[in-house]
Design a protein around this ligand. Structure first.
Ligand code: ATP
Ligand code: MG
Length: 415
């Protein structure tokens, strides 16, 4: 997979085409053996084509098909194969019509370049743009596929033309990948990997595991390669059920992988309603919850209670409790949760208060110390966590842990 363009080479544009295409190819069952980025220099592009064809049967290139002088991919590939570039009359007519439709008048000479095709190449129509994709075969049965750089156009052509073409061509050699994602939160990657490693020993069968951590938790990706869907499903099921016992306390189910989505589904299934009272997360939890379409069915509202005054006046936290424990404390988180649920008339209340940093830490409550209170119909659960990382990391982790606490309480998970 080759990306062409100075902007990619210099890091001004992130090479999202490369990752998208590699992902598509491996999902189809092709083995991706290399990726490269080159600048807008004809010799460099030729070199990349030659290297690509020396390791792969198919070279997919994006970028440099447009009308400007730095768009050299078409010429470089034609030179590599020593093929003449010929103007395709149908493409010229299409470009002309496009120009007219946009009120741009006559087709300019540089735009005609987009109708040039190396002799023998197949044209892949581009319904979203001017430059079509091209498939240039070589005499030994390999091929170079050229696609525009603009991600939307590239994806359109790949999905409509390239994917089906490659699937048909390599049918018997494809080894498709089957994935399953398991979402966890509240357990560090290293602990999770160790527990699962001990459980599986050498027996993960045909399934390979990847641990994908971020600030919100660890996703475990199970992959089976080269079997048909049904067989793969059996292997995935078997491994998943083997892991089930260890994962249960940390696992959640969400189509898009967002814990806020899982919390929403659970609230709906129990007919509950939620209100939030946030101090150190500053509204991040209500943002996460309302990112989910349809959240108005269970989320009534939130209060950002940053000052003690607001905690007292708007949430009914007792001044004595604040005085005695400090605003970052379990009893205050509990008071916030109970107070916001009472005032908003919800079945569930959530309170979060702590030290996001970088300042404000103490020996007793260092930066990253966060207290959570969850109240479900008056039943309260309190938790204290110490998160590492900068202000953003502490807040992200706190928002996630807060939602996990409520979810756990709603689902009757052990404390
Ligand atoms: P056009 O016909 O529109 O000129 P092109 O094939 O010539 O397209 P480029 O000019 O190389 O493509 O790139 C067009 C735009 O597409 C770039 O400005 C960039 O934003 C985006 N782009 C190009 N290559 C990539 C890539 N590998 N990943 C993500 N975006 C890309
Ligand atoms: Mg261009």
């Amino acid at each position: 997979v080759i990306g062409v363009g100075d902007e990619l080479l210099l890091g001004h544009t992130v090479n999202t085409n490369g990752s998208w295409i590699a992902n598509e190819l491996s999902s189809l069952g092709l083995e991706v053996v290399g990726q490269e980025v080159v600048g807008d220099v004809i010799g460099a592009i030729r070199g990349a084509v030659a290297r690509g064809l020396s390791v792969g049967d198919v070279v997919v290139m994006t970028g440099g098909l447009g009308p400007t002088p730095d768009d050299l991919t078409r010429s470089a590939v034609a030179e590599h194969f020593d093929l003449p570039l010929q103007e395709d009359p149908v493409l010229v007519e299409g470009l002309r019509a496009r120009f007219r439709a946009r009120g741009l008048g006559e087709l300019l000479p540089n735009n005609r370049a987009m109708a040039l095709v190396p002799r023998g190449a197949t044209i892949l129509p581009n319904p979203l743009g001017a430059a079509p994709g091209l498939v240039v075969p070589d005499p030994e049965g390999r091929m170079v596929i050229l696609l525009p750089g603009i991600p939307g156009e590239m994806k359109g052509i790949f999905s409509r033309e390239v994917g089906p073409h490659l699937r048909g061509l390599f049918r018997s050699r494809l080894r498709p990948l089957h994935h399953r994602m398991i979402y966890t939160t509240g357990i560090p990657e290293s602990v999770l990997a160790q527990e699962i490693g001990a459980l599986l020993r050498d027996d993960s069968g045909h399934v390979s595991l990847a641990f994908l951590p971020d600030l919100r938790g660890v996703r475990i990706r199970l992959t089976v390669r080269g079997l048909d869907r049904e067989e793969a499903g059996t292997h995935l099921d078997r491994l998943e059920s083997k892991l089930e016992g260890n994962l249960a306390p940390y696992r959640y189910w969400a189509e898009g992988g967002d814990l806020a989505e899982a919390l929403g589904s659970t609230l709906m299934s129990v007919g509950g309603t939620l209100a939030t009272a946030e101090s150190c997360t500053g509204g991040l939890i209500s943002k996460r919850i309302t990112d989910i379409p349809g959240s108005s069915r269970y989320f009534l509202g939130g209060v950002v209670a940053y000052s003690d005054e607001v905690k007292i006046r708007d949430l009914g936290v007792s001044p004595e409790v604040l005085e005695e424990n400090g605003s970052g404390s379990g009893p205050v988180a509990e008071g916030m949760a109970l107070g916001v649920a009472r005032r908003m008339g919800t079945t569930v209340g959530l309170g979060v208060t702590g030290v996001a940093g970088p300042g404000g830490g103490s020996d007793e409550k260092p930066v990253g110390t966060v207290f959570f209170g969850a109240a479900v119909e008056g039943k309260v659960r309190i938790r204290k966590e110490r998160f590492l990382g900068d202000r953003n990391a502490v807040r992200e982790r706190a928002a996630q842990a807060a939602m996990a606490l409520v979810l756990g309480l709603l689902e009757g998970r052990p404390e």
